[in-house]
Design a binder for this molecule. Structure first.
Ligand code: SAH
Length: 250
């Protein structure tokens, strides 16, 4: 059995209860060493085999899983945040299916949730934005034509950019081609929930400067949108006059 486990955004106690239990029971852990907090490995048993996937290619990762399965042992594949986002798990799952190796997925707290906590932000505010666009700036990995940043930026919705900290200049240009303005609030959250977390606030017009001044290159999220500003409407759900399935309005 292979368990894909979301390690959470950084702080070791932000893994799920289930994820921690799976680590404790694992015969082998393959962890994404570039971003997963190594403290999580202390939850593993003493004789657990540990591999850092930052130094491995896909076939090597699969080779370890296959070897473990042949010995009747279970592997935890530990991915940062939640494995469904930029986790490259689909190719692993398909390869496991082909080999007849069973797997399960244990979700994790994504870094974009860790960043919201760091920012004390609500990404979906009434009358401001009711959508969150999770995307990335095109880099060595391309993005489909219809998802080019300036096209997504036309919505002016709350946006969280992964894998783009080192490209803040290009991000700024693309955002300004859309509905955001020089004054739209934005933030860079570096290493959300880690000890050395850094929250940098500003506006889209200053994004590149803020990234440069703070030496941001990786492990950062760029959050953009008026939800980081001061104006919003109150929720209907908690309005005293609003009737819901659970409460009669006054
Ligand atoms: N599956 C992960 C994302 C992996 S892609 C998740 O759900 O969070 C790696 C990118 O995620 C990094 O380049 C960075 O943009 C972002 N990231 C991961 N952990 C982060 C953290 N603690 N703080 C800020 N950004 C983080």
């Amino acid at each position: 059995m292979v368990d894909f486990v979301g390690a959470g955004p950084g702080a070791a106690d932000l893994i799920t209860v289930r994820g921690k239990k799976l680590i404790g029971e694992a015969d082998c852990i393959i962890y994404a060493g570039s971003l997963v907090n190594p403290e999580l490995l202390s939850y593993a048993s003493g004789d657990c085999l540990i591999y850092n996937s930052a130094k491995m290619h896909l076939e090597q990762v699969l080779g370890v899983m296959e070897e473990m399965e042949a010995q009747g042992k279970n592997t935890v594949r530990l991915h940062t945040g939640d494995p469904s986002l930029y986790g490259a798990i689909r190719e692993q799952m398909d390869a496991l299916r082909k080999r007849g190796i069973p797997f399960r997925i244990c979700p994790g707290v994504s870094s974009f949730c860790g960043a919201a906590a760091a920012l004390e932000a609500e990404y979906t505010l009434p009358e401001v934005s009711q959508s969150v666009i999770i995307t990335r700036m095109e880099g060595r990995t391309g993005v489909p034509e219809r998802e080019k940043l300036h096209l997504l930026a036309e919505h002016g919705a709350t946006m969280v950019l992964f894998l783009s900290g080192g490209m803040a200049g290009r991000v700024q240009e693309e955002l300004l081609r859309g509905a955001y303005t020089e004054d739209t609030p934005c933030a860079i959250v570096y290493r959300a929930t880690w000890q050395d977390e850094k929250v940098i606030r500003g506006t889209v017009g200053e994004l590149c400067k803020l990234a440069d001044e703070n030496g941001i290159t990786s492990t950062a999220l760029i959050v953009v949108g008026d939800v980081l500003g001061d104006d919003y409407g109150l929720s209907r759900l908690y309005d005293r006059h609003f009737t819901t399935a659970y409460r009669k309005g006054e």
